[in-house]
Ligand binder design. Structure first.
Ligand code: SAM
Length: 326
């Protein structure tokens, strides 16, 4: 399906829960956020019904995220049911990886093909600080279990923050020399708790590329397959993995945007930044069928703005990233 700017929309990101087992400093306040009441969160069968409607409308690719998707009970069963929906040909996850050791094999078997794991530092103490209490060793166990069960590719999401972890970009980049990891450096966006301290903390991708080129060696652009998302990828000569840059702020890629976002409470967002939402939960709970859900999905597609306006700051007082789905 196409939006009003003739972009092909085929990708739905689904926040399966607003709950998270970490509280990353740029994402959530120290006390966490007040959970959305249980009855307002989409039930798994409702998520499945929305994805059935989405597939009818032309969605092919699903990413389950949150919050932390692996804390949602019954996730594996949901994935198995989504895998059997005609038209859905790709199911992926964005996770902090902590629960992967016990779940990776079952998730793969249920239909997950690949996974993005968030890791902002290689230092134990810093990991505790940035995640407010997480253990780096646990995240690494998760990364290894994803590799071991054959989820591929395994991409690592690293948000770069000035004077916090920008001294580690070379060490992170070096990981790709010897292991089949795909490190993606993400520009900090003015969303969540970082809203108040974004400006001085933002590091443009260009600066990271220059630092890596100077410190390690020349990065060569890599042509990725269609549908590989908004990152621009590079590789060192002979390296196993790749290095990607997500330049949401310094060079937006909205002209190629192919996505919609379903919040954990059933709002369909045309754009991460855009506060407008099409309510899918109320019609679903009134018994609306797949075809009508597909029509509502088209309504959201038609609302997609030409581009985000994040440079003007985060005006959404209603929701944070974990509720919308990062
Ligand atoms: N809990 C999962 C995880 O840790 O990957 C999924 C949800 S998390 C919100 C998804 C991604 O959003 C993470 O990679 C996180 O680093 C990123 N993220 C959160 N806040 C961000 C911000 N202000 N700027 C850039 N990326 C952000």
């Amino acid at each position: 399906m196409q939006d009003t700017y003739r972009r092909e929309i085929n990708y739905l990101r689904v926040s399966v829960t607003d709950k998270c087992n970490l509280r990353c400093i740029y994402c959530l306040p120290p006390e966490g956020i007040k959970s959305i009441p249980h009855e307002e969160i989409l039930r798994l069968e409702e998520i499945e019904a929305i994805i059935r409607g989405a597939a009818l409308a032309g969605i092919k690719k699903i990413r389950l995220t949150g919050g932390e998707p692996l804390v949602r009970k019954g996730l594996e069963g949901l994935i198995r049911r989504i895998s059997s929906i005609t038209g859905i040909d790709d199911i992926t996850l964005t996770t902090n990886g902590l629960l992967l050791p016990s779940q990776a094999a079952a998730l793969k078997e249920a239909g997950v093909k690949r996974v993005n794991i968030s890791l902002d530092t290689l230092k134990e103490e810093r990991y505790r600080e940035i995640t407010r209490g997480g253990e780096l060793a646990e995240a690494w166990k998760g990364i290894h279990s994803a590799l071991d069960v054959g989820l591929s590719p395994v991409k690592i999401n690293t948000v770069v923050i000035r004077d916090f972890n920008d001294d580690e970009v070379e060490a992170m980049a070096r990981l790709t020399l010897e292991s089949p990891l795909h490190i993606r450096f993400i520009e900090l966006m003015p969303i969540g708790t970082c809203n108040t301290w974004t400006e001085g903390r933002f590091v443009p991708a260009r600066e990271i590329i220059d630092k890596i080129n100077r410190g390690i060696g020349i990065l060569h652009p890599v042509k990725m397959a269609e549908g590989d998302g908004p990152a621009k990828y590079y590789r060192f000569d002979g390296a196993e993995g790749t290095i990607g840059f997500i330049t949401s702020m310094s060079e937006h890629f909205c002209e190629n945007c192919n996505r919609l976002r379903l919040t954990s409470s059933g709002g369909l967002r045309p754009c991460l930044y855009d506060g407008r939402e099409v309510d899918l939960k109320t019609p679903l709970r009134r018994g609306t069928g797949d075809r009508e859900i597909a029509d509502l999905i088209m309504t959201a597609v038609n609302l997609k703005p030409d581009r985000h306006h994040m440079l003007e700051g985060w005006k959404d007082k209603k929701r944070v990233m974990s509720q919308i789905g990062g």
